[in-house]
Design a protein around this ligand. Structure first.
Ligand code: NAD
Length: 243
């Protein structure tokens, strides 16, 4: 799929992996819709328009059905269509399962999984009419192999992988592709707070012995968006954790 001039909505794209994905699409000539829970700053939009593309800020909470519908509508009004959706926004609330409150479990599922469902459902109607589109869900290797202290997060990402494969089957005949990426440990705000000792332990589990960068994840997303005969797949970007 030609990326140039396509309109790409990236959830949770004011920082981290989402911001890097947006910048990589802008570099490739795509117009980008930047989303955060609060208002998107002019600075972020200027980073994108510097590549000669259009950039629109749309604020809202993906875990709200109404916000999801409104955000897709606002993006469509601003740019004419949403051709590619990247379900990137996500949170962690790490605790061992014995100490996990119901709300710790539910709130992670509500954003990481229900949020992706809300956005997908909102975008699929116009994509189905247009008979073209691509959706990429940002899962995690934790959804494939689990992680102690992240049962809620792992369940949400494993759920997102099942969701990806099911929706891919539903819409393949409409020329809409649905894939997922599963990053390993990536340098971002999500991992910045980890204690050095924990980081060292995590690095020891990675065959390539280093965390990935947000740009490395972003280039894999561009590949999945442009590849025209792949659907229902999970691409790991993890320095060899899952082989
Ligand atoms: P981050 O915390 O830096 O960024 C997450 C973004 O999502 C933020 O902009 C945040 O505001 C937004 N967000 C959170 N809840 C939202 C909501 N309800 N509505 C709208 N936006 C919301 O995290 P990151 O490391 O950039 O992670 C991005 C994605 O990559 C997440 O889905 C995460 O699970 C996944 N991931 C991260 C790593 C890693 O090591 N950093 C590894 C594998 C997968």
């Amino acid at each position: 799929m030609e990326i140039k001039n396509k309109n790409v909505f990236i959830t949770g794209s004011t920082r981290g992996i989402g911001l890097a994905i947006a910048e990589e699409f802008a570099k490739a000539g795509a117009n980008v819709i930047i989303n955060g829970r609060s208002q998107v700053t002019e600075e972020v939009l200027a980073t994108m328009t510097a590549y000669g593309v259009q950039a629109v800020g749309v604020s809202g909470d993906i875990s709200s059905t109404d916000d999801a519908k409104r955000m897709i509508q606002e993006a469509t009004e601003a740019l004419g269509s949403v051709d590619i959706l990247i379900n990137n926004a996500g949170i962690t609330k790490d605790k061992i399962v014995l100490g996990m409150k119901e709300d710790d479990f539910e709130s992670v599922l509500k954003i990481n999984l229900v949020g992706a469902f809300n956005m997908t459902q909102a975008v699929l109607k116009p994509m189905t009419r247009a008979r073209q589109g691509a959706i990429i869900n940002v899962a995690s290797v934790v959804g494939l192999i689990g992680n102690a202290g992240q049962a809620n997060y792992a369940a949400s990402k494993a759920g997102l992988i099942g969701f990806t494969k099911s929706v891919a089957r539903e819409v393949a005949g409409r020329n809409i592709r649905v894939n997922a990426i599963a990053p390993g440990f990536i340098e971002s705000d999500m991992t910045a707070g980890l204690a050095d000792k924990i980081k060292e332990m995590m690095q020891a589990q990675i065959p390539m012995k280093r965390f990935g960068s947000v740009q490395e994840v972003a280039t894999a997303v561009i590949f999945l968006a442009s590849q025209e005969y792949m659907t229902g797949q999970v691409l790991t970007i993890d320095g060899g954790m899952v082989m």
